[in-house]
Write a protein that binds this ligand. Structure first.
Ligand SMILES: [Mg+2]
Length: 189
């Protein structure tokens, strides 16, 4: 059985549109998804970005997020097959209760939830085999620790996927197909 870690924002749901919408509302600055080809967001000042990200993690914004099609079904399928599911999000511990509520609302099964700013250390502690995360920074760090990376492809991580360093998929149906191949191989080993 494998130990799987799953990021939330831009992995389990489409986070970007909320960030863009709040940026326009608060600062009059749009953040077009297609143009976000790097991990850093340079159109905003650091303190603006920090305030925005905090707002995206307010109780209602967390609880109201709609998961990507097939995300919950896929994770349930893995969980039923006995794989360990660790949900990990780069958000403050104060967002934990809302995050638990969201996971319950969408029917997401999991064994462990971690809300903090240091994901990969926790993944190493939990002996995670596969990290699904859209952040090129986390994917690189995971690889250094021998953890296989996988992601939904976004403009900001397409390079990492092109390098064949991680498994990339356009949507959860494709991600399930690609990761099932890896998980089945592991199961036989
Ligand atoms: Mg993310």
């Amino acid at each position: 059985m494998a130990r799987i870690a799953l990021d939330i924002d831009s992995t389990l749901h489409h986070y970007w549109d909320l960030l863009d919408e709040l940026s326009q509302r608060r600062f009059g600055i749009s953040l077009p998804y297609r143009e976000q080809t790097t991990w850093s967001i340079t159109r905003l000042e650091p303190d603006q970005l920090k305030a925005l990200v905090e707002e995206t993690h307010s109780h209602d914004n967390v609880v109201d997020a709609e998961p990507y099609p097939n995300a919950v079904e896929t994770v349930r399928h893995w969980h039923e097959r006995g794989h360990y599911i660790h949900i990990t999000s780069h958000r403050s511990d104060s967002a934990r209760a809302a995050t638990e509520r969201w996971l319950e609302r969408i029917g997401m099964p999991y064994d462990d939830l971690h809300c903090s700013y240091d994901k990969v250390t926790r993944c190493v502690e939990l002996e995670i085999d596969v990290l699904v995360d859209d952040s090129p920074v986390n994917l690189d760090r995971a690889r250094e620790q021998g953890i296989l990376g996988a992601t939904i492809i976004h403009p900001w991580n397409a390079d990492v996927v092109d390098d064949n360093a991680v498994i990339g998929a356009r949507d959860w149906a494709e991600l399930r197909e690609k990761l099932d191949r890896v998980l089945n191989r592991r199961g036989r080993a």
